[in-house]
Design a protein around this ligand. Structure first.
Ligand SMILES: [Zn+2]
Length: 241
């Protein structure tokens, strides 16, 4: 169920990145699919999300409808049962967890090293250009985070994420570190490298957990590019203790 778990330097925030295992979905969603926009049975997906939440002992888990934007939302501002439209979700409340879901886009967990502040971010091509990661970092600093730590999860790598040249160049014009070339020599982007550049420029301490875990290349991950429309979603959860 969890590919990697960890905690902030102070231990006041716990987090985990999920894999495909230990859920109840079948078919292309087998088995720990956390996404509801891909044709899987919603009741089954909710059971999977509950399994993840329960393993982390959260009182309340807030998730988001991700739209490749740069909106950042605090979980405490969301009414029970509501699902905000955002690409970054932060928590400053003990027992309140936040969830991000991906299949090729880059999942990022943010924690304040010492303060009880946690976040998750969804970043693809558009989110990188729009600066969703720096926006989330700025929100955490405003809320009192001194040193921020980031853990970056599995995603499409820069040797696989092929794009039309104009699109790849447009990303490179905004975030030069993200412009790459596929292993077969065509224009591409490396979202992970772009995210790392943005985090580093903002003074965040980065740990790249997913550097060798390309979702397109390895079928232990859900991948939109490899599996198509009905690909499942894995994700990351972060919770303030
Ligand atoms: Zn790859």
């Amino acid at each position: 169920m969890f590919w990697h778990t960890g905690e902030s330097e102070s231990g006041r925030v716990a987090f985990g990145f999920t894999d495909r295992l230990g859920g109840t979905s079948e078919g292309p969603w087998e088995s720990l699919n956390l996404g509801t926009s891909n044709g899987d049975d919603p009741a089954t997906v909710h059971r999977n999300i509950d399994l993840v939440a329960n393993r982390f002992g959260v009182d309340r888990l807030v998730r988001m409808t991700q739209v490749h934007g740069s909106d950042v939302v605090w979980a405490a501002d969301i009414a029970d049962g509501d699902i905000p439209t955002a690409d970054a979700l932060l928590s400053d409340q003990p027992g309140v967890g936040v969830l991000v879901r991906v299949a090729d886009c880059t999942p990022i967990v943010l924690t304040a090293a010492r303060e009880p502040l946690a976040g998750v971010v969804h970043c693809g091509r558009e989110g990188l250009v729009r600066g969703v990661v720096p926006a989330a970092v700025a929100e955490m600093r405003d809320r009192g985070a001194a040193l921020i730590e980031a853990w970056i999860g599995p995603r499409a790598c820069g040797r696989c994420y092929e794009l039309p040249e104009a699109m790849a160049d447009a990303v490179g014009a905004e975030v030069p570190e993200a412009r790459s070339t596929t292993s077969w020599g065509t224009p591409a982007v490396d979202i992970g490298a772009g995210v790392i550049a943005q985090l580093t420029a903002n003074g965040v301490r980065v740990t790249d957990l997913g550097a060798e875990e390309c979702t397109i290349e390895h079928d232990e991950w859900f991948s939109y590019r490899r599996q198509g429309q009905d690909s499942g979603r894995f994700g990351a959860i972060a919770v303030v203790r």
